[in-house]
Design a protein around this ligand. Sequence first.
Ligand code: TNX
Length: 521
Amino acid sequence: MREICIVPQPWQLTAQEGAFKLGPATRILVTQSSRAVGEYLQALLQPSTGYPLPLTESAEGVGAPDTILLTTPNADVSLGEQGYELNVTPTSVVLRAPHPAGLFYGVQSLRQFLPAEIESGTQVHGVAWLAPAVRIKDRPRFPWRGLMLDTGRHMFAPAFIKRLIDLMALHKLNVFHWHLTEDQGWRIEIKKYPRLTEIGAWRNISPLPGEMEAPDGQPYGGFYTQAQIREIVAYAASRFITVVPEIEMPGHAMAALASYPELGCTGGPYAVRTSWGIAKDVFCAGNEQTFAFLEDVLGELLALFPGEFIHIGGDESPKERWKACPKCQAAMQAHGLKDEEQLQSYFVQRIERFLNARGRRMIGWDEILEGGLAPNATVMSWRGMDGGLAAVQAGHDVVMTPTSHCYLDYPQTQALDPSLPKWMAHNTLEKVYEFEPVPGGLSPAESAHVLGGQGNLWTEFVPTEQRAEYMLFPRAAALAERWWSEAAARDFQDFSKRLGTGLLPHLESLGVNFRKPGGEN
Ligand code: TNX
């Protein structure tokens, strides 16, 4: 019998005798609440097996021969929003969860138990579709298990975003943080401000590979229409993935300023940035037009993204222009702010009030702590864990995403890489797997403020889909396990074995360009 290999490792797992065999007569039994997940399972299994796997809404008893039952009634509510119980026996599969999300994660486990050919998308003959008998009780350790994709520096097609969402689902990841605006490109259609995509979505040149500035001479750009975004958000929702959009402010805003120069302190002219790094020009904080613009943009955003959290960036915003700007200085005087850090805090708090009044929560990079944190803000801690720790101790929620473990744009080996800048540290698979999102010494109440973690793929040096997959996988699997499985379950040897025999063959079958053990950067 094949060993039971799955990533992330379930909370409780007991191997049983024998195996369930998927066959031409196998049926999927659903209840009203499990129909959607049942359809997802059917669509997952049909192409490669060629079996009809009909969906029957039925009160048929648990364990009817040759059935896969997906059900929510009588589930163990202590498993929570995302937990499930999976019982695979030689005659049937029973998947029970208090909520559909749990059923969905149970399906992901069952999927990994089947031969990797299940992912092939077209019919495969001569495979015995066996799932080893097993009893599982499972639930995630953290509610926020995220991946961020920077679509500002490089653009990724909607089809690739959907593929990424599917791959996230396989890893039981549930938050897709979509970085939509940058100095080097504005990527979201805003109806009220068409210049954002007419001008802001395009740059004349980009730096050469591995360079911060040296130009390649090629025009570059693109953006997502609101219709494309709606489709992606719905696609993600059907996979229990929330999309958190990010609109960068007050910094990383050159593309917006190039489109509407009156929103900058100097009035421009500005150009969509053609080098990487940090720009001096940022949104003017002393101009009411800036807030009117951002509220309009956020207004359109809220209609597209129904999730609770809206990310407002907040990182790497130099104060140089504000110091020299009469409007910013006047605003500081008028509001009794003693320095530009406080002006940033005022800026962010205004935006938070706008979002809170519309029933949303604001999240931002840890620089939003500077000058005083907005009252209800959630902090995404990237410059180490200290920002997150300070926020937790002040009673705020945090998502941990320190560069030291969670930056998936950093190289994967210690070898010097001429195609990457020297300032990047490396994050090997083993190091990524070491990540522990809860800093030592927190009380249980404080620990509960750590919502989870997130892997970030910045794309200055990730120009293609192929490269993105190579950087993401399998490091995303290591992170996914750290956020799903219990802290005490951490075991890199065991993880590597489960990865090699369980998950990687599935990724291979899906045609993912993952980094193989011992591979290059
Ligand atoms: C810092 S992380 C940035 C990004 C860069 C990244 C490169 C963060 C909030 N800001 O703009 O892409 O470093 O690793």
